[in-house]
Ligand binder design. Structure first.
Ligand code: UT7
Length: 345
């Protein structure tokens, strides 16, 4: 039994409120049209636009890494937060496409940014990863375990997409988004609602584990069937889950922070499919004044990067939204989800 009379001599330092102090984004230069995607799959520009809302996406260059993209997004976020790189004391990278099993992308990014010795780790929660990161950063600043946390969502999905897979080749894109979470006089990040449904883990997944690739490579005579284990998706099942299960999650996020839809300035859901976004807007009966992120049209689905990319663009195009309340919600492989309301920087 725990003896409650025994306590540590020193309590951890008390924390304070937190908010997003600055955002940044990086989109690779190369625009990939639906026509280019259709060179490898039996599809059409019209079908892709109608079913997903995507007109084009960006692919990183062959020598452009996830870390390269993250550096640019992070420097913008740090600059806009009005702090020095040296003031960042924790780095969280949400990604599923960092090509090293170990080490994590976060310490590599911290090194490139010149942050001396931050806490640094990756978050593997796919399209929900950025919102997991914002939730953790909020808790870290509030508890006092960190003062400024850099949260990055970055993906180079073109490395892990099968260009010949009709079910996923047109969906994914590359990019990076970053946020600095730091201390605030007033609450700027609401309670996080998060969860997962692991029995549906196979609905979006790397098709084979690395160990199978190794077995195939080491088999006598290197069999012909050897191939790169890219990400596969049962699109329709994920679509249904997102449309029917995420609206109640969004309602819970609002209820837990006592924010009404009338009080919202913006809705920034994960950019999975324009039809999913539109269905959620309808289901939540969002008032007409709420700005809705539809960045997927020119960016594609960039998994963990999609929310910070969309939010950064929204604020660049509509700076008057700054100071308003945004509802953000990520969902995808796992099936994992997370979201919260944030005051826009
Ligand atoms: O970010 C992680 C979370 N991911 C998501 O949230 C993605 C969720 N899913 C989706 O966005 C959609 O399911 C897709 C955009 C991937 C697919 O759209 P859909 O409306 O669910 O298509 P479907 O799989 O139900 O297929 C409808 C029809 C089928 O033809 P029939 O049986 O009606 O004749 C397919 O064979 O469209 C056909 N089809 C295609 N046609 C042209 C399937 N893929 C393609 C294609 N091009 N690429």
């Amino acid at each position: 039994m725990t003896d409650a009379s025994v306590s540590l001599p020193l309590a951890p330092p008390a924390g304070q409120h937190a908010r997003v102090l600055g955002l940044g984004a990086y989109r690779p230069e190369r625009v990939v049209t639906n026509a280019e995607i259709c060179q490898h799959i039996d599809s059409s520009d019209e079908w892709i636009r109608q079913r997903s809302g995507i007109a084009e996406r960006r692919f990183a260059g062959p020598d452009e890494s996830l870390i390269d993209m993250s550096v640019t997004a992070s420097l913008t976020a740090i600059d806009r937060a009005g702090i020095d790189v040296g003031q960042v004391d924790a780095v969280l990278v949400a990604t599923i496409t960092h090509p090293y099993q170990t080490p994590a992308a976060a310490p590599m990014l911290a090194d490139r940014l010149g942050i001396p010795s931050p806490a640094a780790f990756d978050i593997s929660a796919a399209c929900a990863g950025y919102c997991y990161g914002i939730g953790l950063a909020n808790d870290m600043v509030r508890s006092g375990s960190a003062r400024h946390v850099l949260v990055v969502g970055a993906e180079k999905l073109s490395d892990f997409t099968d260009p010949a897979d009709r079910g996923s080749a047109f969906i994914f894109g590359d990019g990076a988004g970053a946020a600095v979470v730091g201390p605030s006089q007033t609450p700027g990040i609401g309670a996080t609602t998060w969860g997962s449904d692991g029995k549906h883990w196979d609905k979006i997944a790397q098709r084979e584990p690395w160990t199978e690739l190794r077995e195939a490579m080491e088999a006598p005579g290197r069999p012909d069937g050897i191939h790169w284990p890219s990400i596969g998706m049962q699109g329709q099942a994920v679509f249904r889950w997102a449309v029917y299960s995420m609206a109640p999650v969004a309602r819970k996020i609002l209820a837990d922070s006592q924010v009404s839809t009338e009080q919202l300035a913006a809705f920034v859901p994960h950019q999975a499919n324009l039809r999913i976004t539109d269905a959620m807007v309808k289901e939540l009966r969002l008032p007409g004044h709420v700005a809705v992120a539809r960045d997927i049209t020119t960016t594609g689905n960039t998994s963990a990067a999609s929310i910070p990319l969309a939010m950064t663009r929204m604020l660049e195009e509509r700076p008057e939204l700054s100071g308003g309340i945004a509802l953000q919600l990520g969902f995808g492989a796992g099936l994992a989800y997370a979201g919260q309301v944030v005051v826009l920087p």
